[in-house]
Design a protein around this ligand. Sequence first.
Ligand code: ADP
Ligand code: MG
Length: 582
Amino acid sequence: MFILKKFIQYYKPYQFLFYTDMVCALTMSMIDLAFPQILNLLTKGLFTQSSAEILHGIGFVGGGLIVMYLIRYGCQYYITSWGHVMGARMESDMRQDLFDHLQRLPFSYYDKNNTGEMMSKLVSDLFDISELAHHGPENLFISILKIIGSFALLMLIHVKMTLILLCVTMIMVVFSVYQNRKLKAIFMDNRKKIANVNSRVQDSLSGIRVVKSFANEEIESEKFKSSNVEFLDSKETGYKIMGSFHAGNNFFEGLLYVTVLVFGGVFIANGTMQLTDLAVYALYIGIFINPLDVLINFTEQFQKGYAGFKRFVDVLQTEPEIVDKEDAISLTNVRGEIAFKDVSFYYDKTTEVLEKVTISIEAGKTVALVGPSGGGKTTLCSLLPRFYDVTEGSVTIDGKDVCDVTLKSLRSNIGIVQQDVYMFAGSVRDNISYGKPKAAEEEIIKAAKNANIHDFIMSLDYGYDTYVGERGVRLSGGQKQRLAIARVFLKNPKILILDEATSALDNESERHIQASLEQLSKDRTTIVIAHRLSTIRNADEIIVINDRGIQERGNHETLLLQDGLYAKYYNMQFEGLEELNK
Ligand code: ADP
Ligand code: MG
């Protein structure tokens, strides 16, 4: 019921198209129903009228029929062209809604679902839905009308004969319903399997560089083969069911004709039926069978569309857990004071990642988080822009709980530079201005200069218009990193998170970028996570976190004096450097 309601909702903007489509459908079926009746009158007339009257009558009927078929032509044209247009528009609306909804879903959704599957939902599922959307109602409408109409007219001609036909039809319907159940299940299975194929393609092609570096092309092919074969199997099963479905239906149709012939013969023999009636019967059977066929095809189309639409609605029904509160306020004039208070967090209930962490950072200061990988540093930072919500405790900026402010204003005040930066397929300019879509050229250039990347950009063939390749493959790690920094410069947030921003780089590029980062963190509250401890010596506070929580805190000097974990890490790295420099 809910699904149907949701479906009908998409017709709303196209009511006019929908109703005119229905009127055309109605007109068409009237015309089809009238034809045998006219023929009946005509043949009856042939036996009773004089030849002059017949000629006059035929001219009249012929002219009328031409007009009727012209009208039918117009209706069919409208249904085929504008009906499809309506379906396509609805499909486009649904696709937009799905995409918009996907944009709103939180990180946690993407932790569990894969993008290939989303692609499949956005493309093939919706296509089936649009087919159903425009063919569905008109097919259903025309067919039911025609069936009822022809049934009534048949009843007028010969009651017994019609009831016998009804029995055969009933058997046919029972058979169809049974086959349909099977079709429904197999179409749902088809959808899942094609989604698997899509996600394999997506996964493998996104990681094509890793695939090649491990020379794992064959393994990837094998993995793809298995999902491809599963899809094939599913389709084959589907076609087999479709085969028995259609063949079975045609068999029953044949049976209808045989019934008409046999019983017609009997009724004519015992004088309760005329030969002309039998001819009209044969014509009406066609009109009766054709909509039955359409209805049966419709159920197949319905099953496909339904499978797609259900998957579509499932996504739409996934509530974005992280949304603005109704009375959310805008976070403005941020000073940048941050406080984590007794923050506990887990991704899934079995493993607690953070337990009662309390950290406060004064506006404009820099705090460094250090500790073993997997300790929860990134997780802690992701609670600030509400990528995830705390399980317990609170995170505040300038004393305001991040849950009480609008997501847009919250996130516009936080800039993040991570280890693996993402570049969108587009130009250098597109990628920098992602930080501020309406930025002026001078602002973009200034940001690039601040990030020490302007000279490099100017050395490229097309300067700021140079295409960076998908995911920025045409750039080196350090170049991408500096573009990401330029992005944040342009965004100019009050709060900065540097999550191992330089860890992936060699010493030379790191030194370059370190300068840009220091420049960037001026006058901003900064949380910096770094593996190379040399880069965080100057932090106002250093906090050592491992999987048991906060272990030590203080500045570089006090922590060294304390001779605890930090001192141990530091000495280890320092010795390493000494070795290198020898
Ligand atoms: P760090 O940044 O200190 O290396 P993380 O915050 O990335 O550590 O990870 C902390 C723990 O949380 C790890 O045990 C990791 O496996 C787990 N974790 C991180 N991200 C997710 C996620 N999206 N879903 C489930 N568990 C996660
Ligand atoms: Mg991390």
